[in-house]
Design a protein around this ligand. Structure first.
Ligand code: J2J
Length: 539
């Protein structure tokens, strides 16, 4: 057995034993899963990307060939590889190839820019960075150069697509398959991104064992089988479309994954009709966009059985419109890349489906709702959600100090969500106590943006908070105390974009104030400050 990844916090031995005994952890790896799927579903279509259709055997063979090529250029077990691909078929080829080598994808999102990418590459000491070349009007190879400049560990920038420039194309890495040792199922399989509430994004180590359990159980809860057709409208690297049950759950069930290049109604609804899609997943603002779109009348959506909505709170009014308008069932999904995922079940009564965010996947998901002193609140009351279980991490990757506050001493993850539990055991999300803005499902860590703002010479202090928004649920607002003459709001936003921040993190609004409130005893905490600013901005 290989050495454990430094910076990974394993489950305590008694939990490992239990999760294996009960069969949650089935001792499988992603690589061996694909091998079995290729045997069972050989000629069935696994992935549809535009006019391309890859069968299960084709995907399996591609993964073998690329794994051999990655191995040839020196990529080895436990190496970290930052992966930033949009919804293209090669996403699967590359992931499974890395898993066959035992290397760890680090899942960046297509929206990330140099600020995020250089951090992921240097913090994880990545040996390679994989990009799409051009995509959606952006040249990712430029990020490749920046990453190389910033991360001495980076030996390769690999490009998917026709125009690698001076980098290596993955087309040149499709070697003859060679035998490679499969990683251990208990090994870390990849690093997923946390929504985050701290100055730098936290990385989430997920093992083959724990993640595959959540994928298998999710596929079952969502009724997936070989006739299922899943439309990936959200970016596939995000935990929701990746695993709840998402693209991996669909492959596990022998179904077909259809990749949408973008989630607009025009693109996605046409694909639903063309590919006879049965299930898809959206964040609430996109669900609203689909419901309001005239395009839904132009397409036959009769194949669609389930629309999953999650990532941020879905209002009951919007929830009510799903079945009458789109003709399909609704499933609410409340999950997190750290682990715990809750689903309303397909045959739950309407009041549960419309007004709750579901219940946990596993009988061994432990859920506590506590007050500020970590004491359980009376049943049904609102409190902080803590959780522990067979697919919830025990610590972020290489974050010893942060882990001391993000987890309780007995290993519960502090989700930062405020919830109550219904008598039927379903969770209702009522709010949040983490310093994060949930911009229609896209998460923004206040402190991360504040640090960027503070780098501006004319910014004395800054706080970033959420303001309510009819469409997105929340938008972000930077409240800035200028140093000397205040810069203009557009100039500040431009400054942030030029620092290489992903566009969704650039504050929607900028407000200037003379000073932040101080209490009699001294400075108020950042958290209190953000809370009072947010309250003052609410209409
Ligand atoms: C309210 N808040 C929600 C919901 C997530 C499935 C689905 C979503 C995610 C995800 C995921 C919410 N109502 N229905 O990983 O596998 C907020 C909570 C939560 C945070 C996690 C999955 N669904 N949230 O959104 O890691 O605040 O995962 O703690 O991006 O999103 O964000 P993230």
């Amino acid at each position: 057995k290989q050495q454990e990844l430094p910076g990974y916090v394993p489950w305590p031995e008694e939990f490992v034993r239990r999760y294996r005994e009960v069969g949650y952890w089935a001792g499988q790896t992603f690589g061996s899963m694909l091998r079995e799927l290729a045997e069972r579903y050989a000629d069935r279509v696994a992935v549809v990307d535009g006019e391309r259709r890859w069968t299960y055997s084709e995907l399996d063979e591609r993964a073998d060939r690329l794994a051999a090529g990655l191995h040839r250029i020196g990529i080895r077990a436990q190496d970290r590889v930052v992966l930033q691909l949009p919804n293209v078929a090669e996403f699967f080829e590359v992931c499974f190839a890395l898993w066959r080598v035992g290397a760890l994808p680090v899942f960046a999102l297509p929206a990330h820019r140099s600020s995020e990418i250089t951090y992921f590459c240097s913090f994880t000491e990545a040996v390679a960075y994989i990009v799409p070349g051009h995509h959606a009007g952006f040249d990712y190879r430029a990020l490749g150069y920046e990453a190389q400049g910033a991360a001495p560990s980076l030996r390769h920038v690999l490009v998917v697509g026709d125009d690698p420039g001076s980098f290596t194309s993955i087309d040149d890495l499709r070697d003859a398959p060679r035998p490679l040792a499969d990683p251990a199922p208990s090994d870390v399989a990849f690093l997923q991104l946390s929504g985050g509430s701290t100055g730098v994004p936290k990385l989430i180590p997920r093992t083959h064992d724990d993640y595959l359990y959540s994928v298998r159980a999710s596929a079952k809860i969502c009724g997936l089988d070989p006739s299922s057709v899943y439309l990936a409208a959200l970016p596939v690297a995000h935990n929701f479309p990746l695993s709840s049950p998402g693209v991996l759950g669909t492959l596990y069930a022998g179904g077909t994954v259809v990749l949408a290049p973008d989630p607009s109604p025009a693109t996605a609804l046409a694909l639903i009709e063309r590919e006879r899609v049965t299930i898809t997943a959206l964040v609430p603002p996109l669900a609203l966009l689909w419901l309001d779109s005239a395009a839904r009348l132009e397409h036959d959506l009769s194949s669609l059985e389930v629309l999953q909505v999650g990532g941020s709170k879905l209002s009951e009014e919007v929830a009510r419109r799903v079945r009458p308008t789109l003709g399909c069932g609704l499933q609410q999904v409340f999950g997190m890349a750290e682990g715990l995922v809750n689903y309303t079940r397909l045959h739950d009564p309407d009041d549960i489906i419309l007004a709750t965010q579901g219940r946990p996947i596993s009988p061994d998901d432990e859920v506590r709702v506590v007050d500020d002193e970590d004491q359980d609140v009376p049943a049904g009351e609102v409190g902080h959600l803590l959780t522990r279980g067979p697919y919830t991490i025990r610590g972020y990757y290489r974050a010893e100090e942060h882990n001391r506050s993000a987890f309780t001493r007995d290993g519960f993850y502090r989700t930062g969500d405020l919830v109550r539990v219904t008598p039927e055991g379903y969770l209702v999300v009522t709010g949040r106590d983490k310093d994060q803005i949930n911009r229609g499902g896209e998460k923004i860590a206040a402190e991360e943006i504040e640090n960027h703002l503070l780098a501006h010479p004319a910014v004395h202090d800054a706080a970033v908070v959420a303001v309510p928004d009819a469409y997105l649920g929340e938008r972000s607002c930077a409240v800035v105390v200028p140093r000397g003459e205040a810069p203009s709001a557009p100039a500040l936003k431009k400054f942030l974009r030029e620092r290489g921040l992903a566009a969704y993190k650039v504050p929607d609004l900028v407000k200037f104030v003379d000073a932040f409130a101080q209490t009699g005893v001294g400075k108020v905490s950042r958290k209190q400050l953000r809370e009072s600013l947010a309250a003052s901005l609410r209409p």
